[in-house]
Ligand binder design. Structure first.
Ligand code: DAH
Length: 364
């Protein structure tokens, strides 16, 4: 059995050489300082403090040293490992701190940001105006009827007493639906709904119709090829022009303000006799300002047509003219909207810019 190797010289164990240990420490510290992320630091830890690192190797060598040399070498290696371990710990803390700061920035939620909401849609002001007019009529006890936008020529013209050669029937005024022989037009007014209502419901009858009508007009500030009308028809016993005037005045003041009345001027429509143009008391100056821009100083604004329903129309629609008489009126909804809101150019109403509609909200 051999005794302890007394001739063992620790200096010869290169892993325990102080210079080698210093070198291992400084290599480890440099690598630790250079580690830019926790992942990199993990690799550095394995390389410089792991089982196969120079310092771990040196540590293992200590066991083979003679007892006299163990304390010295143990101290040296222990201090070296302690420095590296401390540096690792500090860098780990720094990198974790950096990571946490980054997360706070990257994942920050700005509670002051206005949430992005889908903008609210709006009902179109023309539609709102129509609804408002319908409400007023219903409030007077009238019914609301509808008719087709593609209308039989007979309802649009013949039933309403238009002569066969009446200029309104010309292609340059009316959109005919192909083929023209089918006798279909895009209705040029809401008056055909009068004929439909009389045929369907008979007298007595109080009916309004609000809808879209079409004419071959060029689009400009005051004309649209598609626009809207409101039609009224009352058929009952003893109906006179006084009832017509009273109804129009009521509509006018409900729509444009108390005290706004109407004025009738003689006119001609095939479906009424007598017929009248209807003017509206200027709702801006009420007839008091000779320089008023809304009415050009006349005190009145043209709004539509009206009259006593022509007996030919009543007869064509099966109404007993010995017993019943009626009045009718028709005016522009778009024009009413212009009056009420000061919109000067009709094109704005149909461009479909939601910002225009939004100004009117749900009430006009
Ligand atoms: N339909 C006519 C037009 O579009 C307006 C009108 C005038 C309607 C007189 C009526 C009325 O009911 O009696 O110009």
């Amino acid at each position: 059995m051999s005794g302890p190797n007394t001739s063992y010289d620790p200096v010869e164990v290169s892993a325990l050489d102080p210079a080698a240990i210093d070198e291992a420490v400084s290599a480890a510290l440099t690598a630790i300082a250079a580690a830019g992320s926790l992942g990199e630091l993990k690799a550095v830890r394995t390389e410089h403090a792991g089982d196969k690192s120079a310092l771990a190797l040196a540590n293992r060598e200590i066991g083979a040293l003679p007892p006299t040399a163990k304390a010295e070498a143990g101290k040296r290696v222990g201090q070296a490992r302690g420095r590296v371990g401390q540096a690792l710990k500090e860098r780990q803390a720094e990198l974790e701190d950096e990571r946490d700061q980054r997360i706070l920035i990257d994942e920050a939620v700005d509670m002051s940001l206005v949430p992005r909401r889908a903008p609210m849609g709006h009902r179109h002001p023309i539609e709102l105006m129509g609804t408002r007019i319908a409400d007023i009529m219903v409030g007077m006890g009238w019914e609301i009827a509808e008719g087709p936008e593609i209308e039989a020529e007979w309802f649009n013209f013949d039933a309403l007493n238009f002569d066969i050669d009446h200029p309104a029937r010309q292609m340059q005024d009316t959109f005919y639906v192909d083929p023209p022989s089918a006798g279909l037009v895009l209705r040029t007014h809401t008056s055909p709904v009068q004929a439909r209502a009389m045929l369907e419901r008979g007298a007595p009858l109080y009916v309004g119709c609000i809808g879209r009508v079409f004419r071959t007009d060029e689009l400009d500030a005051t004309h649209m090829p598609a626009f809207h009308q409101v039609e009224g028809l009352a058929v009952d016993e003893g109906i006179t022009m006084a009832n017509l005037k009273g109804t129009l005045d009521r509509l006018a003041s409900e729509l444009f303000g108390e005290g706004i009345t109407t004025r009738l001027r003689p006119s001609y429509f095939p479906f009424t006799e007598p017929s009248a143009e209807m003017d509206l008391r200027c709702f801006v100056c009420r007839g008091t300002d000779p320089d008023c821009r809304a009415c050009s100083g006349t005190g009145w604004i043209e709004w539509g047509g009206c009259g006593m329903v022509n007996q030919n129309v009543l007869r064509a629609c099966g109404i007993d003219t010995d017993r019943f008489s009626g009045f009718a009126f028709g005016m522009g909804v778009d024009r009413a909207l212009m009056f009420r809101t000061g919109v000067a150019d009709m094109r704005e109403m149909i461009e479909g810019d939601v910002r225009f509609d939004a100004q009117f909200g749900l009430e006009i």
